[in-house]
Design a protein around this ligand. Sequence first.
Ligand code: UT7
Length: 326
Amino acid sequence: MTRARIIGMGAYAPKRVLSNADLERMVETSDEWIVQRSGIRERRIVDESEATSDLAVRAAHQALERANLVPEDIDFIVVGTTTPDMFFPSTGNIVQHRLGCRRVGSVDVLAACAASIYSLIIGARFIEAGKYRRVLCIGAETLSRITDFTDRGTCVLLADAAGAAVLEATEDGSGFLDGDLYSDGQYWDLLYMPAGGSRMPATAETVAQRQHYAKMKGSEVFKVAVRMFVESTSALLDRHGVKAQDVDIFIPHQANLRIIEAAAKRVGLPMEKVFVNVDRYGNTGAASVYVALEEAVATGRVKRGDLMLIAAFGGGFAWGAALVRW
Ligand code: UT7
């Protein structure tokens, strides 16, 4: 059976660090509140010259190098992002050109923070179907561009980064064993950006009313997120007859340490098996799972043969989970 295996990971975060102390000077908040409620201590933010594709291309170069491949080897590109360079063309298109890939297909996946798991599973499915041999999957965000730095409910959480994974066909039994994607649009107004689309096109008024920023009902997102994390991962594990103790490492979407802890506890996973770097990167949306996975691999937390559980959730609501034999 053909499966998709990750053969190279890359990640890139902008140089500029935004600490909790910096945020204390911008809105009414405190380091203590942010750390207690979210686990975040600092995050990275782009400068004026950087856009999402700039981060994506850097992460992709590193992933290709580690996979010992060149851009011409890639057969398809999937970019998960909520903050594309522009409405169109897709960021995938821009990445295809800037990397110097062949004229292969490229597409953006919009699933808010769940675009990490969406892009990975879509890439894996193309490979399993026998259509492509190597797919470049990327999660990239400049969430600071849609963050209202006068809204303390969101600006302490959201951040910028990119991660990339080169997926390759394998028959050796490793790779993506299974994955599930879900959505439920009844929750759309818990986390969304009101203006700039066809529902509310950009006008001077929408700009003045700060409608081009992410709006979030944080505590409601929190509850749904934990429920979806637990439901999707439990369903996946049950279907494969895998017990929580058989999982070697859990790579969750890095939104909030409390969400991760609550979900892990309910699934029966001790925190030693959970990879966390939200303290240093904040919530980087579609990039977060990639950035966490890259660090887990680079630091030796993941070893060949490990059974890995990946899960992410985001606005929409959209969420999903995957089981991977590394
Ligand atoms: O990828 C998905 C994206 N989103 C998320 O994952 C977010 C999910 N939600 C969360 O992470 C949490 O709900 C937050 C971290 C956003 C908030 O934590 P919470 O424990 O749910 O707090 P809360 O929203 O219930 O607010 C508690 C209080 C409120 O004040 P009052 O009404 O009790 O007086 C807020 O106004 O904390 C206040 N507050 C703040 N205080 C200091 C909200 N933001 C801040 C802040 N600093 N930054």
